[in-house]
Design a protein around this ligand. Structure first.
Ligand SMILES: Cc1cc2nc3c(=O)[nH]c(=O)nc-3n(C[C@H](O)[C@H](O)[C@H](O)COP(=O)(O)OP(=O)(O)OC[C@H]3O[C@@H](n4cnc5c(N)ncnc54)[C@H](O)[C@@H]3O)c2cc1C
Length: 565
């Protein structure tokens, strides 16, 4: 007899599981229950619809060939039934029935199943502050939100938008609102954007991109309430430090797994609050699978459960679920928390562990910050990118990568994903046979260079010091020399303004170092991207200077722009 498969949730994981199952099993009866009106839409495209990059509403639902992905399409092309505006209210696991309600008519409906798929997604976190119900206050998680924001934040009106949260959605929305000519103020509780996703000095580059594009930021401030006017419309956002006028407020403070249905059905919930699943995406009830934002995943580096809600993962989950229901055994081993984001002209990405996460997980992290050009430096359009590679001193395995810059960042992140997934050491990463031609990369790609630097550090070939540590040394008025080895002209155009700073160009170092530099003081060499700084460190060490290190990342990654004069 044909299998009866019911899927709850009709956006990413659910339709993917259903479509994969159909490709493998022509007989199964497949029904997808979705409480909303819209199905299988491009949730990740919503900020671009708000900003106008995606012009037409219909494009959010179109296949690459231009067909509209609606219930009729799924029925006709894939023989999959959709019950939209229908909410699954409970699951009777003994009788194997989903009890649901048609939200348009109020009618109760029963959906019997042999296999059930939970793809109920996540919901936005509602910070515990007054005023979230005011007019003009919105989240950006649903199609309806994007339609509201696109209409509200439009060019002809002009106005002030306050975004609460400098995570991925907050940053994408900031760009969308600026495109509409609105003033934008971000309020973030942490001291940096993308907190938890990137280390401070790397995230600072994103903050610079916001600054350059006239987005105002308030870090380390906590929203306490949103105030409204006499018409019940938002008027201002009040934090523990100030007040910000607001015609529109976007709340972008993260997500929580939508696991209540599973929980009330007695399915196991993991420590992160997501539904616990095995590698086959099976819940604690073998007849029920779950995937996408409602489940927790295993982190591939730490082995610990994590909640990382991403469309990339939801689609993979859907495929694995479809396979296993069809009897084709397949596994989803885990995630690295890989993300890429565009913030105005800045691209950024990360995968694996940050330096802080690596230390917290018990590793002894060795980091290299190695800026380089994304293409051959002489090729038109080449741009600098900053890479931070994190490795484990003991095993020498790559643990993580963060990247930012105006150039091609995603490719380097993806190479790091491959290295970490396969358990490569920094030495093995440095040996990767990556493609090279001037329009695509340097002969030694930036990520291979980052691996070489980390390898040098592990082998004691070179010594370096992180920018934050240099800043501490300056502030503590330590007796050392911050040796800027760029040309006098570059130096005059901008250098770290500190009493310890001194300029001696690399080209003059061999000739003048012995007379110009004291042998008994620590020396930190630096340049724009740390290449000449590294060269200077090796030169001075070779001349007998005992305590020399170069500053990781150079001025390009220096996270304190106010110090540069
Ligand atoms: C603005 C935005 C930008 C994003 N950008 C990116 C990006 O660039 N890259 C990336 O990888 N990810 C991105 N994401 C995340 C990505 O969209 C989600 O991870 C993905 O949509 C999760 O898919 P899902 O199927 O698990 O859940 P969802 O897409 O949340 O779908 C779950 C569906 O289940 C329905 N549902 C829940 N409970 C019930 C019930 N009881 N009965 C019936 N229906 C129910 C909900 O109505 C919902 O429609 C972005 C998300 C947003 C909001």
């Amino acid at each position: 007899m044909a299998k009866n498969v019911v899927v709850i949730g009709g956006v990413a994981c659910g339709p993917k599981a259903a479509a994969r199952l159909r490709r493998l099993n022509a007989q199964a009866r497949i029904t997808v229950i979705e409480q909303g009106e819209y199905i299988s839409y491009a949730g990740c495209g919503l900020p671009y619809f708000v900003g106008g990059d995606i012009k037409e509403f219909e494009h959010l639902f179109a296949t690459a060939a231009g067909a509209a992905r609606n219930a009729g399409y799924f029925q006709k092309v894939k023989d999959i039934q959709f019950a939209t505006r229908t909410r699954a209210e409970s699951i009777d696991r003994t009788a194997k029935v989903v009890h649901a309600k048609n939200l348009a008519t109020g009618e109760s409906i029963e959906f019997p199943y042999d296999n059930l798929v939970l793809a109920t997604g996540s919901r936005p976190f509602r910070p515990p502050v007054e005023g979230l119900e005011l007019k003009g206050v919105s989240f950006l998680t649903k199609v309806e939100d994007s339609v509201f924001l696109r209409e509200e934040v439009n060019e002809s009106k002009g106005g002030k938008a306050v975004i609460i949260g400098a995570g991925l959605i907050g940053l994408e929305a900031a760009e969308a609102f600026r495109k509409k000519g609105w003033q934008v103020q971000i309020i973030e509780m942490l001291d940096q954007p993308l907190g938890g996703l990137m280390d401070f000095e790397m995230a600072k580059a994103i903050d610079n991109a916001l600054f350059e594009n006239n987005v105002m930021t308030a870090y380390g401030e906590k929203v306490v309430r949103i105030e409204g006017d006499e018409n019940g419309h938002c008027k201002s956002v009040i934090t523990d430090e100030g007040s910000y006028p607001a015609d529109v407020v976007l709340v972008a403070t993260g997500f929580r797994p939508n696991a209540e249905l599973a929980k009330s059905a007695g399915l196991e919930i993991g420590p992160t609050g997501g539904i616990a699943v095995n590698e086959h995406m099976q819940t604690s009830d073998p007849a029920i699978y779950a995937g996408g934002d409602c489940v927790e995943c295993r982190h591939l580096v730490t082995g610990k459960p994590v909640f990382v809600p991403l469309g990339s993962t939801a689609n993979k989950h859907g495929r694995v679920i479809g396979d296993n229901i069809a009897g084709l055994e397949s596994r989803f081993p885990g995630v690295l928390g890989t993300m890429v984001v565009k913030v105005f002209n800045m691209n950024a990405g990360r995968t694996g562990l940050t330096e802080r996460e690596a230390a917290e997980a018990g590793f002894d992290p060795v980091c290299s910050i190695a800026p380089g050009f994304d293409k051959a430096h002489y090729y038109p359009g080449s741009a600098l990118i900053g890479l931070k590679l994190i490795a484990d001193r003991k095993t020498e395995k790559v643990l993580g990568l963060q990247a930012f810059g105006g150039g091609e960042v995603a490719r380097r992140v993806d190479v790091a994903v491959a290295a970490i997934t396969m358990g490569a050491t920094v030495e093995q990463l440095a040996e990767f046979d990556l493609g090279y031609a001037p329009p695509f990369a340097q002969a030694v790609d930036a990520i291979l260079n980052a691996a070489n630097v980390a390898n040098n550090k592990m082998r004691g070939v070179t010594r370096s010091i992180m920018p934050q540590r240099v800043k501490q040394m300056i502030e503590a008025e330590e007796d050392f020399i911050l040796l800027d080895v760029r040309t006098p002209r570059e130096y005059e155009m901008g250098h770290i303004d500190a009493p310890q700073t001194m300029n001696l160009p690399l080209g003059e170092l061999r000739e003048k170092a012995l007379s110009a530099l004291p042998q008994d003081k620590p020396i930190v060499t630096m340049c724009k991207i740390s290449q000449r700084g590294y060269e200077a460190q090796r030169t001075l060490a070779g001349m007998g200077f005992k305590d020399v290190a170069f500053m990781d990342g150079g001025l390009f990654v220096w996270p304190y722009p106010d110090d540069v004069m």
